[in-house]
Design a protein around this ligand. Structure first.
Ligand SMILES: C[S@@+](CC[C@H](N)C(=O)[O-])C[C@H]1O[C@@H](n2cnc3c(N)ncnc32)[C@H](O)[C@@H]1O
Length: 458
């Protein structure tokens, strides 16, 4: 399929039926296979990514290509890549994202998984007096009962000797920690519930863990069977045929040091800095404090988890020194007229907020620079974007992105917009003004498809 045929294919799908990409109707937002392991903010809709991926693969005609997601989150793209037998590379700065990516993409023996799960359940039933886990603030964020139950599950998981299986258990455990914590679920940020709501809450963490883990096992078994059916597992059924690379860290740093080049990139970047959009770090920190983070990745260090905010600081736009802002602004507005005009409008209303936008787009521009250097000629990249709001103004990331990409020889092939019917975002009555602003524009997603237009990259 030529580039023009690829464009034609996307355009015809978009025009085929009104709301083609909205996936209205039954089960269309279903998180099948391992997609539903543990909730993570702003997860992509698997069905949509799957359809777009198939169109791109038909165009590229290369079943052994390397698919990159530089903002991998919960691993939606990576899982879809495995279902197509591709080599996959996922990067994320958040250790919870890496745990989920690894738990979803590691091939386990289904029979052994069920046996080890039965052993774990038995251990938890017998050992009703395990030492209580401790960390700063534990008594604020968890009730006594929750601390006792979670400590028991945690102690049981640690008895499992194989790290791959422990990771599978931790991924189920993380969901339970989040649900039973005293933090409100109407926001991604940590906000303590009212005492009456804490007192009224009566979920049994152990029962919840058992049902969550059993559900995840049934979903994993579906995934495993499908991989096997499609011929993507090695003969013994204990390993994936392709390569799986999951990296904890900053995608700019990774891409700058990597020698690898990519012909296909699928991703959904953050909407802005985490502090004023989606606080992936705050969302993740409570589960992370309960688990043995050495089990996630050797690169997780104490400093990353020391405060409630460090993961968000390390994410795009998280660090902004006042000194660096002026040159950073000059550089990005030179590339994007849209950003320039929007910053001028916001500046008059909210300089603090415009600083956050500059810090984010400055990092984002460095990221695009690093990525474009690692793209093969004619590489295709597919971006799922959301426009946030600042001071009641929608920031048109979908337009800014096109302008920022141009100097990097990434040309827009086509784009379309879809309504989000079931994306997990904070409820409209959330407690954070910024999150409310995010919600009101996040009912739409913009899909942009670019092609690397020349071959003069290093
Ligand atoms: C919109 S989410 C991706 C969601 C994902 N597509 C899914 O389906 O779950 C954006 C992700 O970018 C990550 N991120 C932010 N800054 C980053 C950076 N500098 N390097 C790598 N990942 C980063 C966040 O931790 C977050 O997981």
């Amino acid at each position: 399929m030529s580039i023009s045929a690829l464009k034609e294919k996307f355009n015809s799908l978009t025009l085929e039926s009104e709301n083609h990409w909205d996936y209205r109707g039954n089960n269309n937002s279903e998180r099948d296979y391992v997609h539903g392991f543990c909730t993570y903010p702003a997860m992509m809709v698997p069905k949509m990514q799957r359809e777009m991926l198939d169109v791109c693969l038909e165009h590229l005609q290369d079943t052994s290509l390397r698919l990159l997601d530089p903002f991998a989150g919960s691993g939606t793209i990576l899982v879809e890549g495995m279902l197509r037998g591709l080599n996959i590379v996922g990067i994320d700065v958040n250790p919870l994202a890496i745990l989920l990516c690894k738990a979803k993409t590691t091939i386990l023996n289904p029979k052994t998984l069920q046996e080890k799960t039965s052993q774990l359940f038995t251990w938890i039933t017998i050992h009703d007096k395990t030492p209580l886990h401790q960390f700063d603030g534990i008594n604020k964020w968890f009730t006594k009962q929750a601390i006792s139950d979670l400590s028991r599950i945690r102690a049981g998981i640690i008895t499992e000797e194989t790290v791959d299986y422990r990771r599978f258990f931790w991924a189920s455990f993380c969901e339970v920690v989040r649900i039973v914590s005293n933090s409100r679920d109407c926001t991604y940020k940590l906000h303590i519930k009212e005492q009456k709501d804490i007192d009224a809450y009566a979920v049994d963490a152990i029962d919840l863990f058992k049902s969550t883990l059993q559900y995840n096992i049934s979903k994993y078994n579906e995934f495993y069977s499908e991989l096997r059916k499609r011929g993507h597992l090695k003969k013994d059924g204990l390993a994936y045929k392709g390569q799986v690379k999951i990296i904890l860290g900053d995608s700019i740093a990774f891409l700058n040091h990597s020698k690898q080049k990519y012909s296909l990139v699928f991703t959904s970047p953050p909407y802005g800095d985490n502090h004023t959009t989606v606080s992936y770090g705050q969302y993740s920190i409570m589960p992370l404090r309960w688990i043995n983070y050495q089990d996630i990745d050797e690169a997780v260090d104490d400093a990353l988890l020391a405060t409630l905010y460090e993961i968000d600081n390390q994410s795009l736009g998280g660090k902004s020194s006042n000194k660096a802002l002026t040159p950073a602004r000059k550089k990005v507005v030179k590339k994007s007229e849209t950003l320039k005009a929007q910053l001028e409008q916001i500046n008059n209303l909210a300089s603090q907020q415009s600083n956050k936008i500059i810090a984010f787009y400055s990092d984002y521009d460095r990221f695009l620079d690093a990525l474009s250097r690692k793209m093969k000629p004619d590489a295709i990249s597919v971006w799922t974007l959301g426009n946030r709001k600042v001071a009641k103004q929608e920031i048109f990331m979908n337009k800014i992105m096109i302008e920022l990409c141009e100097p990097y020889h990434m040309q827009l092939l086509t784009s379309f917009t879809r309504q989000i019917l079931n994306k997990r975002m904070p409820k409209l009555n959330g407690y954070q003004g910024e999150e409310k602003g995010l919600q009101s524009t996040m009912t739409r997603e913009h899909i942009l498809i670019f092609v690397r237009s020349d071959s003069d990259n290093e």
